[in-house]
Design a binder for this molecule. Sequence first.
Ligand code: GAP
Length: 507
Amino acid sequence: MTTNDVMSKLVSLCKRRGFVFQSSEIYGGLKSCYDYGPLGTELKRNLANEWWKAMVQTRDDIVGLDASIMMHPKVWETSGHLSGFSDPLVDCLNCKERFRADKAPRGEPGASVEFHEGGKSSGKKLSAAVEARGYVCPQCGSPKLSDERQFNLMFRTALGPVDPLSSFVQDIQGKNLSVAELRSKLEEAIKSTAVYLRPETAQAMFVQFLNVQQSMSMKIPFGIAQVGKSFRNEIVTEHFIFRSCEFEQMEMEFFVEPGTQAEWLKYWCEERMKWYQSFTNKKDGFRLRQHEKNELAHYADNVYDIEYMYPWGWGELEGIASRTDFDLSRHAAASGVKLSYFDQQKNDPATGKPGWRYTPYVIEPAAGLTRTVLCVLIDAYAEEVGQDHEGGEKTRVLLKLVPRLAPIKAAVLPLVKKDGQPEKGEAIVKRLRKAGVITSFDVQQSIGKRYARHDEVGTPFCITVDNQSVVDDTVTVRFRDDARQERMTSDGAVRLVMEKMGAVYTS
Ligand code: GAP
């Protein structure tokens, strides 16, 4: 299968089976915005729960936070996002495409390139030389481009019942202002009520460092974790839910003693790699890549990306950054609140005296929840060619999701809608649901079609109820990955599913 094949089949499956829909589809959709359907919601929630369990609930040293999406504008001024969280934006003067300069196809300065006027695939052919900047338009290949300008990725909105435009209009009335003056007045008016949608969840963990540390009596090393929405006005959105403007992150800030950051960075790289590999089929589809010095974010002294082999090549899944004491120091200086930690057990290395107050260093594993949804869907998507009843070729499409992630864990399927079979099936459903196992009761269409539907949405176990079930209380369990069927008692089937889900068995 080619890259396009896999992605187009997956996007189509996501829509057909209720994983992901285009936002506002009946109005033509909203670019790069997506809605998670009934099964996508379950899958995303299962992933977030797995992360929360691994990062918070099964550890003594990490606690959770659920912070507001809008924060004081000072947060973004201090973190550097207001001045520096931007991408270089360029317009193509030929086809009008707007794109990111740093992602554009490179070309040797001075080299002659050909392209079609207006970016059309046919029509007048033009040629021009690649400029000193060394890139061309990703859409039409033209080197005729506007100047680069920095485009801030944060979404700005206004907080409170004030319309910044009315004060602007009052302010300029009767004045003969230049464009530059008008712009500056407008900026001033907007700034007075401006707040920003957070572009990362991380900053809340820094500004709430003291509240969390003191209220929970946390000792260093410790972490604060959060799952939530982030927003970036991306110039280029791509590959379905891989890069969108509204997305979810799973981030954890791990506060450590200065000087120990290298060992903790190694620890978290290993932990996070194991986490991804614990619920994916292709273990070698992941790699760690260290950032080059010129790639490092302004706050980091070392960064590794966990990359995944997407159908279009290796790409980022999670960044694990050694963020130094940059954020706590900056917020402490800007707010006047000491964001430091006092360790009574340690001697101050500067004086040799007992007791050491320091600003903790931070290791940050920053994962994308929505991007991980895409990763596990790609990993799970499989096609198997077999034979139909007449000996013809038949392709079975399945999602080989690990049972913990599957949106539906078990489907109970009476062969017919009579003879006591539905009642038998309902009793099994009731037991599974009571134990918290998400179970579907499905009586529509032929059994073959029902199996195919559940293969496609990744249901690991189908429990089929037939005539014999009513007589001797046995059922068949069909295993999704190899379509194997095993006959067992209905109690045995319930026990098997519960065991695989880690649910507590009750008779
Ligand atoms: N606090 C650090 C931080 O936000 P990042 O590398 O910009 O670091 C972390 O983002 C993760 O968030 C990425 O590895 C990716 O999984 C996800 N992410 C970032 N931008 C995204 C976008 N526009 N759409 C979907 N996921 C995104």
